[in-house]
Structures are given as C-alpha cells and as structure tokens.
Design a protein around this ligand. Sequence first.
Ligand SMILES: [Zn+2]
Length: 440
Amino acid sequence: MTLDILNLPSYRVLQVEDADGDYQIKAETVSPPERCIHCGSDALVGFGRRENWIRDLPIHGKRVGIAIDTRRFRCKTCGKTFYEPLPEVDPKRSMTARLKEWLEKESLRHSFTHLADETGVGNSTIRMVFDDYADRLRDNLRFETPEVLGIDEIHLIRRPRAVFTNIPSCYVVEMLPDRNKTTVARFLSDLPDKGRIRCVAIDMWRPYQEAVREALPGVPVVVDKFHVVKMANAALDSLRKAVGGTLSPERRRSLTRSRHVLLKRFSDLSEIQRKRLAEWSRDFPVLAKAHVAKERFYDIYEAPSRSEAEKRYREWDEGLDPEVRTTFGPLLTAFQNWEGPILAYFDHRVTNACTESANNLIRAVQRMGRGYSFDVLRARILFVRHGAHKMKPFRRFGKRDLVAEEGMGYGLPSTEIEPEEISLGVDTSTLLDLIERGEV
Ligand SMILES: [Zn+2]
C-alpha cells in the first residue's frame, strides 16, 4: 500500500518518485463519475485517458507535481464524450485549490520569484494568482472612513503618491498613484459616510487643500504641526551649514556633531549639551539668534488658544532679528500662505501622529519596492493584514487540554474573506514590523 502522501481524500496515490529533489506523484480519482455530465445517463463506457500535470503544495520542503491519470468517458445515451472532473483542482491555474490559496496569502508577504522557486509554479502564474486575489480583496474590503483623515505623500517608484491615514488609529487607508488634485478629489468624493470626517490634516500642498474644499465642502483643513515646525529646524540647520562652510574642516566637523544640540528643544538638553550650545552661541552670535528664533517658534505651538497663538506669531515675526530674517524666509512665506490652516490646529488640536511611523514605512517600502509595480506595492500595503487572516492553533495529539488557545505553532491558515468586512486599514507599525522582518 502506498502511503497517502498527498492527503487529498478524492485521490488515490499510485506512485511517488523523488526526482532530483522534487516529488513527482502519479494519482487518480477515487470515485470516477457514474453519470454523464451532459444528460445524467449512467450508460458510460471508458474512452481513453490523459495525464493532467497539476502543481501542489510543497511536501517535506520539496516541490510537488501530480500527474493525474484522468479518465475520459463516452455516453451511450447522448453520444457525447467528457473528461472526469478533477475535484480540489483549480482548472484555470493547473494547481490544487489548496496551493492557490496558499500562494494568495504568501504572495502578499513574499516575492513572486521566491514563491516560484518554492513551488515550481511560473512567475507569471503567481502574478496572476496575486492579481485575482487582490481584486477580490478590493471588492470585499471596505475601509472605515476616519473621523480625522491625514493626507501625506510617499515617494515610491520615482513619483510622489498620496497616502491617506486614519489619524486617531494610525492606519493607512489608501495609497493613490499620484497626488494630483483630481485624483485626490475623486477619492475623497467616493468615500462612504463622508459626514463622519471631522477634519483633514495635510502638509502644505495646495492641491490637497483644493481637493478637500471641492470634495468635502465645509470640512476644516489643518496643516500638520510637524510640517510647520520642521521648517524652523530646517532654517536653523541651513544656517549651521553656512557657518560651518566658513570654518576649518576640524571645527566644521565639530559643529556638525553639535547639530542635534541646536535642533533639539532646549528643555530636553542635558547639562553638557547646554554647555556646548553656549559655546557655539558665544563663538557665533548669528547661530545663537537663529536658535532663539527656532525655540520661540516652537513656543507658538504651546499656546493655549488660537488667539494666543496668533499673538505669539505676530510677536515672533516682529521680534525676528534682521540678521536671521532671510534664514527663516521660507517659514515666513509658508505662514503667510497657510495662516488659516496652520492656526486651525489650535481649534482642532489634530496632528498627524503617524508621521514618524509613516516615514519609516516609506523607507521600508522603498527598500523592498524594487522590481514591483505600484499596484503590487499598494495591494501589499493595504491588504497584507487581511491576507494573513486568523491562524488556527496547532495542537499536539493527546495534549489537547494542556495547550492553551493560542497554541505553540500554527496550522494551515484559513483564507476566507468575510464579505464587506469593515476595517480601519493597515496599522503602520504592524506593517513596518512585517517589512522589517522581510515578510512583506
Ligand atoms: Zn449523456
């Protein structure tokens, strides 16, 4: 008796061959059809056979191909011929249904080449399985419209792409192929439950503001705080570089090493760092002036109210030393152009808290993005969590009562998708973990 190596109940294994590290298995169906698939008559006669080559899940780390000895019948009643249907096989892809399910899940987390090596299935077939799966996920998953929506961009495959986040939950909700006004406005218009959106946090990119105004009339736009204070740091840092350019290489390196001392908030500096800051301030008064301006700009954001913030900004503007005014030129211009949305922060207290993890995500996706299309990366970012699905605990025989619900390992995952599953999106930190572990 041949051991049932396949564990496919509808098939009988006839022969197992280990061919250069791959399993080649001959099999046939256990119960061939008794009735004609055309007319239902049971007057069937054999009418030859054909071998169907089907890929299956790897066994013992070896790739598996099954040669299914497929019977052909002729019906004596209607005269038609037919091949017996092959249960548990996906005819479109010449693979077992379980291999297809496994590839769907794995293709969200591993490269297509890797999966091709593992299974012997061609790259392009894996790509098609992935595409079908991503389409199905797209049709069945609906991301919850966030109360506070963040719009940012990531630079991916040579182009900036608009990324939408659920700010309270720090989830990525969508990534679009570009960040043009029409693209963004169309996405916003199509959102369900638009009434949920309380406000939208953006960076200083005019098309975002215009798209929100058009698609979500009356919804306030807040310029993300970090994008504003970042400009104060950038101003100070550009001056640090200019000053460094006038110094001997050794002094310049020393100033570069003090970069964080200048950029960090004064209240967060240690005694030693404050001493170093004092030394640089003494040697370069212009740096001291820019440092004070940077610190005072941050203070604006600690204002308890919008009117107080507005007052602090006027004072900051008027008190700016002429010697560093040009240095802070870009920030002054940005404030002039975006004053309303910048000050709206003090009405809504909304900030894109995900910026940090989103930025790390950008870098990670960029690293693993080589060789993949935007659509593949987007599907991976949005669906990997849903593709992973709930895992069943793996239990040892006879120890069922001893092993806790979250078992010691995992069995084969189920790949069911609940229709219209409502989801928050993808948790950026979870996704980042997956990427760092090379699982996306
Ligand atoms: Zn028939």
